[in-house]
Design a protein around this ligand. Structure first.
Ligand SMILES: [Ca+2]
Length: 406
């Protein structure tokens, strides 16, 4: 009976996602003596031999990594692809007598990912780490200084910006009206200057877009409303990326990389859509041709080292953080999430109408959260958790362990 319940649970968990690389299947938990055991199968793409598996255990609401618990078995770097993987946890080494509460095992696979079932968005898992954030090349602006070390946990981020087609699904399902449609429109170039145009919004940003293009003329509020819908419809933990996560991801995993995918400014047109020879503004870089005057369909240009597209160029991406030019002087080292006060929100990556200097991985931009601009879109971030099982555990006086799976 318990087995069939567990199997059903695992099926429910797994049918909601389709892995795009190594995948955790058939995750179950049980008790052997005083140990809590999880079993799973690790399947991979053709040719994939091993994967980097991260495991967390949430005990009574607190989440612990393998470094905090006495875990043994198949986790960490280089777990061989195949069935019959097992992780064991010596319960009494951590849990005091008298404890009774919920536990949840969560397993993630680095550099893997999943496809959101409702939108088809591909989400890439990113292995966290420490890196030098800010103006590492010494060619940046004042708000990118000082360079400082930042460490971030594993996370996941969308391979592409949210497209017009996906945003259309959200609007069709919720009848949502964007800030631009509810107020004075979207900021566009009117031939002489940048100005609000009441007739411009995500359906009509002032240039042709089809469903494959990144949505623009969406405010930070609109991006958050979209994310809320995505969370609701998928049951997954979606959110906007933090600024520290975004820069780490743009730098192909915290490397010293000037733009997302390359440090060579002369090759940037292969990786990014910026104000190139096709662009109508005086500041265009006439010596390069990226093929697009306005937005390009997402994924047109080359991806960076994590397989992420359009991190530099195409459209600015709204992030979770509030903007403060001096934030790097006081940023905390681990998982910084931006200042707690300030009305502006950070955007990153620059767009089709900006020069490459703004498209650098370290470059920072900012807008008011209710403003819509024909240069600004967003992408989603998520938790890297691929499979999860939950249950209850109690340690009776006399140190006897009792466990049950939900
Ligand atoms: Ca261009």
């Amino acid at each position: 009976m318990l087995k069939s319940v567990l199997l059903l649970l695992v099926i429910l968990i797994l049918q909601s996602r389709v892995a795009v690389a190594a995948e955790v299947n058939n995750l179950t938990m049980r008790q052997i003596g005083n140990s809590a055991i999880v079993d799973y199968d690790l399947s991979g793409r053709p040719g994939e031999r091993e994967a980097d598996v991260t495991v967390w255990l949430a005990i009574g609401g607190e989440r612990y990594g393998a470094d905090k618990l006495k875990l043994a078995g198949d986790f960490g770097g280089k777990v061989k692809i195949g069935p019959g993987k097992r992780i064991a946890w010596d319960v009494l080494s951590f849990i005091p007598s008298g404890f009774e509460g919920e536990i949840a095992w969560e397993i993630a696979v680095s550099n893997s990912g999943f496809k959101d079932p409702d939108t088809g968005m591909q989400i890439v898992s990113v292995k966290g780490g420490c890196y030098q954030m800010g103006d590492t090349f010494g060619d940046g602006l004042k708000d990118e200084k000082p360079v400082h070390e930042v460490c971030i946990d594993d996370f996941a981020i969308a391979k592409h910006d949210v497209t017009v087609g996906i945003f259309r699904k959200f609007v069709a399902s919720t009848r949502y009206r964007t800030d631009a449609e509810n107020s004075e429109g979207c900021t566009v170039w009117n031939g002489q200057k940048f100005a609000l145009d009441v007739a411009k919004n995500w359906r009509n940003p002032g240039f042709d877009q089809d469903d494959r293009h990144p949505v623009v003329c969406v405010s930070w509020n609109d991006a958050v409303a979209f994310i809320d819908w995505l969370k609701e419809s998928s049951g997954r933990e979606y959110r906007l990326p933090t600024e520290a996560e975004w820069e780490y991801a743009a730098r192909s995993g915290g490397k010293k990389e000037r733009y997302a995918g390359t440090s060579n400014a002369k090759k940037l047109h292969n990786f990014a859509n910026f104000c190139d020879a096709n662009c109508e503004f005086d500041w265009k870089i006439a010596s390069q041709n990226d093929g697009y005057k306005y937005t390009a369909p997402v994924g047109t240009h080359k991806p960076n080292g994590l397989g992420l597209y359009d991190m530099s160029g195409n459209v600015w991406q709204w992030l979770q953080d509030r903007y403060d030019a001096d934030y790097y002087r006081q940023s905390k080292k681990t998982n910084p999430a931006g200042p707690t006060i300030g009305s502006l929100r950070v955007v990153r990556g620059a767009s089709w109408m900006y020069q490459p200097v703004y498209a650098r991985a370290a470059g920072r931009g900012k807008f008011n959260p209710d403003s819509a601009d024909s240069s600004v879109g967003f992408r989603a971030a998520s938790s890297p958790v691929m499979a999860k099982v939950t249950g209850r555990i109690s340690v009776m006086p006399g140190r006897s362990v009792e466990m049950s799976a939900d």
